[in-house]
Write a protein that binds this ligand. Structure first.
Ligand code: NCD
Length: 324
């Protein structure tokens, strides 16, 4: 826990989470993340609808989705509503004034005038950071282009913690499109704060960006890189799979070259540890065979559910909610 202890120095506690932006995973210390996880645990019965709460009554969240989303948007909106809060926003820019040419800055100015916090997903890397400059309300990044997806990382880490008992001491394989996948960028940074070993496995040309690799290495993490999932699977405690991010390829023929180049199926899993867990931020295309869903390895649907309690915790912290 040496690295985690180091990170705790200078960390801010739950009391001053209020009003903060969450744009990059670098905005959070290990202690911040643990604060979110502890609260998320308490939120689980409320997320399941077994317990009622009005902790965010009177608060409004603006949900601005410039890019398609199922889980991130629905789980943020569910999180707010389960805590008695309200939601305004759009999930289709063609129904907003963006269609008329309104700038991001003006859209954000309006959202902050109407709501108490803003969740934004945008196709441009850096858009959430820009949005935060135009808002005095907390801005949460729900994914910015091929940049970052910090709240996905929070639910990913929460899932590892819940399923494996802890994050430390796991050998974690991140597999798939590591170049354009924003979830793996944020996740790699966050995991490097823990005592884990990492293996990045991608098709050729879709390797993890060098700046992520150097930061992870500089933190002293035991890191391997490769292209062959069948060689990496045997040592894995956690296998985190991502889809190829087709929409981010500048040239569609480049996508065709790598499409279908890896697949997690029963044959591959015959080499896996018995207590391996398989995660995926979803949506999946064809990189995990459907028969894997029925095995004890598959935790990706639970992981998607965890988005609700984790986002409830985060919203409660940044908005300074009442008793839960
Ligand atoms: C991811 C995203 O949007 O980055 N989805 C999600 O938020 N769960 C992953 C993806 O689209 O592949």
């Amino acid at each position: 826990m040496k690295k985690a202890e180091d990170m705790k120095r200078g960390a801010r506690g739950a009391e001053d989470f209020r009003g903060r932006d969450v744009i990059s995973i670098h905005d959070l210390t290990v202690e911040d993340m643990e604060t979110v996880f502890d609260l998320a645990r308490e939120m689980v019965p409320i997320a399941r609808g077994e317990k009622k709460s009005r902790a965010l009554e009177g608060h409004i969240m603006a949900s601005l989705f410039f890019e398609p989303s199922t889980r991130t948007r629905l789980s943020f909106e569910t999180a707010m509503k389960r805590l008695g809060g309200e939601v305004v926003g759009f999930s289709d820019v063609s129904s907003s004034s963006v269609k008329k040419g309104e700038t991001l800055a003006d859209t954000i100015r309006m959202a902050e005038a109407y709501a108490d916090c803003i969740v934004i997903r945008h196709y441009n890397e850096g858009a959430a950071r820009l949005a935060a400059r135009f808002s005095s309300r907390p801005v949460i990044n729900g994914g910015d282009g091929a940049g970052q997806h910090p709240t996905q990382t929070l639910l990913d880490l929460f899932t590892i913690r819940e399923e494996k008992g802890r994050i430390d001491d796991n050998h974690i394989v991140l597999a798939g499109d590591l170049k354009y996948g924003r979830t793996v960028h944020s996740l790699a940074f966050a995991l490097s704060l823990y005592d884990v070993s990492l293996h990045f496995v991608s098709p050729k040309g879709l390797e993890m960006p060098r700046e992520v690799v150097s930061e992870v290495k500089n933190r002293g993490v035991d890191l391997r890189e490769g292209h062959d999932l069948s060689r990496a699977i045997g040592d894995a405690d956690v296998l985190y799979v991502t889809r190829i991010q087709r929409e981010r390829f500048p040239d569609p023929t480049e996508y065709q070259k790598v499409a279908g180049s890896y697949r997690v199926d029963m044959d591959l899993l015959s080499r896996a540890k018995r207590d391996l867990i398989i995660m995926h931020p979803l949506p999946r295309v064809d990189e995990i065979a459907p028969e894997v869903d029925e095995t004890s390895f598959a935790v990706y649907f639970k992981q998607a559910f965890n988005g609700v309690p984790v986002r409830m915790a985060l919203l409660h912290l940044v908005l300074g909610g009442g008793e839960i």
